[in-house]
Design a protein around this ligand. Sequence first.
Ligand code: NAD
Ligand code: ZN
Ligand code: ZN
Length: 384
Amino acid sequence: MQTRAAILDGVGQDWKVETISLDPPKAGEVVLELVGSGLCHSDEHMVTGDMALAPEVQEELGIQQFPIIGGHEGAGRVVEVGPGVTTLEVGDHVVLGFIPSCGRCPSCAKGQQNLCDMGAVLLAGRQITDMTSRHHRHDGSDLGIMCCIGTFSEVTVVNEASCIKIEKDIPLDKAALVGCGVTTGWGSATYAADVKSGETVVIVGCGGVGMNAVQGAAMAGAANVIAVDPVEFKREQAQVFGATHTASSLEEATALVMDLTWGAMAEKCIITVGEGRGHHIAPAMAIIGKGGRVVHTSVADINDTEVTMSLFDLTLMQKELVGSIFGSANPRRDIPRLLRMYQNGTLKLDELVTNTYTLDDINVGYQAMRDGENIRGMVMYDHG
Ligand SMILES: NC(=O)c1ccc[n+]([C@@H]2O[C@H](COP(=O)([O-])OP(=O)(O)OC[C@H]3O[C@@H](n4cnc5c(N)ncnc54)[C@H](O)[C@@H]3O)[C@@H](O)[C@H]2O)c1
Ligand SMILES: [Zn+2]
Ligand SMILES: [Zn+2]
């Protein structure tokens, strides 16, 4: 069948919207008609080259990373199921997890579905089971798909391991956001930072991910939730999501935290800026006090290995620096759970989407993200 998708041909290019062809699903795969896709900053890392695999790695995997269909924050309806699919049927509503969860590998069995072994092929962008493509350009050439799902395609073919079935009364456009940004941000606060009642928590970067760390920290009972962002609109909105204080830089936040805590400093700091950089670590480690924890959720350049921080302070103040992928959450448990929280009014999703775009205007949406205009932008699909 034919559909339309936004394709990235290489680092530094714009997204190109083209009609593409889709192969039928193979064993364990389903065809999904998506309602739309969130414009997460991680796709921007494909554009900037931060996520570009070295040529020898691509050779080892037997794939070429580009051209690739972007997008990894979507939801939709199952329109066809391949042979052997046991967990889904036509008509089911699903959220796509940006990391698959098989349910039976050691990580899944341990309750760390975000670290599922199937995630090993995430950046290869092919079908999980046989590393081939179902998505093709008009000339028949293969197209990769971001996170093995490619939600910038109006219709896509994915492995059932990437699908989390949800109730049909949940609006799919809101559910899409939980496929990455919401779960990542909320989980960064509640699981990775393990925010406890009464704590002081600093969130650095309040976009689609960070805003959910703000609401996660507030929900977990933090006494002070300090939202840091250079953009005034983000700081204003952070208060809607539960921030008690705001600052335009980490330096400004440091003085504020010093004051608020009488010098004891924060228990937790969560880094959710658009581009992770080594130089963010030292000031983040300095804003936490004894026994504090910094969570790094931002994605950095794959080749960036330079981090400077005080190892003396790390040891003597017994501090922690941890990374977190997908909010350290279990998508099969947490996605339905977060959506129930939306339905009962405790989780904000409506307020996250600042602007929506047609697929043809996807580059306008990404420019708005770069310009700091959106908490989350979204492309919406019209299936007639
Ligand atoms: N670990 C994961 O599982 C995971 C999942 C999704 C996204 N991410 C990453 O998280 C990051 C945030 O994603 P997003 O979609 O929210 O991006 P975004 O562009 O929507 O938001 C980033 C925010 O950071 C702010 N910012 C930029 N520099 C800053 C600085 N020096 N200090 C304070 N704020 C600053 C921006 O103004 C913006 O509001 C990206 O790096 C993304 O790739 C990680
Ligand atoms: Zn994302
Ligand atoms: Zn698994």
